[in-house]
Design a protein. Sequence first.
Length: 608
Amino acid sequence: MRKSIATVSLSGPLERKLTAVADAGFDGVEIFEPDLLAGFPSPEDVRARAADLGLRVDLYQPFRDFEGVGAEALARNLRRARHKFEVMERLGADLLLVCSNASPETIPDDELAAGQLYRLAELAAGHGIRIAYEALAWGRHVGDYAHAWRIVRMAGHDHLGLCLDSFHILSRGSDPAGIEEIPGEKIFFLQLADAPLLAMDTLRWSRHHRCFPGQGGFDLAGLLAHVLRAGYDGPLSLEVFNDVFRQADTARTAVDAMRSLIALEEDVAARLPGSLAAVPPPVPPTGFAFAELAAPATADLEPLLTALGFARRGVHTGKPVELWAQGEARILLNAGVPADAAALTAVGLESPDPAGAVKRARALLSPVLPRRRAPGEAPLDAVAAPDGTALFFCRTARPDHPSWTGDFAPAGGRAPTGEITHIDHVALTQPWHHFDEASLFYRSVLGLRPRESLELADPYGLLMSRAMSGAAGAVRIVINVAYVGGHASAPDAPWQHVALASRDIMATARRLRAIGGVVLPIPANYYDDLRACHDLDPGRLRDFQDLGLLYDRDEDGEFLHLYTVTAGRLFFEVVQRSGGYEGYGARNAPIRLAVQHAPADGHHIALR
Ligand SMILES: O=C(O)c1ccc(O)c(O)c1
Ligand SMILES: [Mg+2]
């Protein structure tokens, strides 16, 4: 289907928005009136620019507080409309969005509103323009699409139809099934926006928290299926009022927006077979092949890995990269990438079909990285995640595909000693304005399922966190955003971590305690509270405290975890899940964050 976006969804001046929209592959735009009024280019300039870029001006908006008014106001409103029609002719736009009257003065009389909209449509027809009437969720008298449709039907003018906006419909909990009763040709326009499920005033929710389809909690595929069954064949247009997108990189947001529509079409195609173009299917990863760390000489990662029971098992035949392993957990230490401190730079994902995974990523507009391949080396397909981390699609030691491990010569030396079995999850820290984009990326490109977003207290602000996982927890990726909106004392490059699963975390913790200086200390206050929250065996609780172990429990099972001290940007977590526990110990994250900040705060030692 044709794809369009309202200019209000993007950051910057109108010219920049148009370029970004065209570059991302959209077919058209809704010009949001304030974007035109605040810019120097004339309507003719904008029209020419859009035409040059191959964009249709699908709609001009919004026209407010028109219907259900007294005679004098009507005369004023029609005069106002005449002027808008002239501007639209200069812009090359033939559809005007009229939103339901939100003014306290409006008269609650459907026949009056219908008659006045008829007059507006008649005037519009003279300019070759049509009117799309939209029920704002907070409209004074008309607040839902069924009511707007009754009025449009009553008016009965060919140049008057409806604009449906998913936010207004779904935020009020209206049943979208009724859309199927509206003749498709009377649905003049469809605006799509998702939103997180928040309990707040609808107007503020709409103006600040809308997001692209797949980034929030609404069932947009369900709504779109109803609209398509009604016979709508106009554009899918994104109209997203969002404070973060208004500050983010314009081109990047436009690509994120387009990705959301491609993924939405795929979701709808699953419900309406044959209806829409499909993209190559997702190839969900089945595990972690490796985590690659930038390891400058000063990074101190080797003692940390040795303490955790890893051993150096391989040396890359062509690059300064070492393979450290234990069980199925593999860590690559790369001394060849320029970095001042240890950092997680790449993640290897075990994939049943690496080429298919890349095809999928490309179809969803993800940056595919140039293949890393020296003569004799295994091909490695990779895409860049939104935070820049490279994601490699690997098949480790399978007969049907060259294995990346073949590029490493055995290092000899001792074998691994610990209880670590595999990588449980990796936690990547995103720039704060990439959080929604990252959720959609992992969901659509990798086919992971997002859990709800959490807001966790940090001594310097707020940590937003969202976990994504594949079926049966095969792969878990946590995206964090530190310092939402930025903070004066925020570190430039926030922490990342690799969480390792231990088959016996008590044994791992005892070994680490014997070495000393590895485990992040946890305040006694935490254990006092743990005693109050959970009826734990006193001996067990004492062990936890002695070993710096943190604890969580839910209906499904238990979670034990500990953190190492940080090296550069990076630290390790050791975890043990039991029963069906699928969480990440979120209630303990504020404790961890406070302790991690403590040395920098300078009172860590003094308070001891
Ligand atoms: O918030 C508003 O005023 C507004 C304006 C135009 C729209 O299409 C809309 O959905 C909301
Ligand atoms: Mg709208």
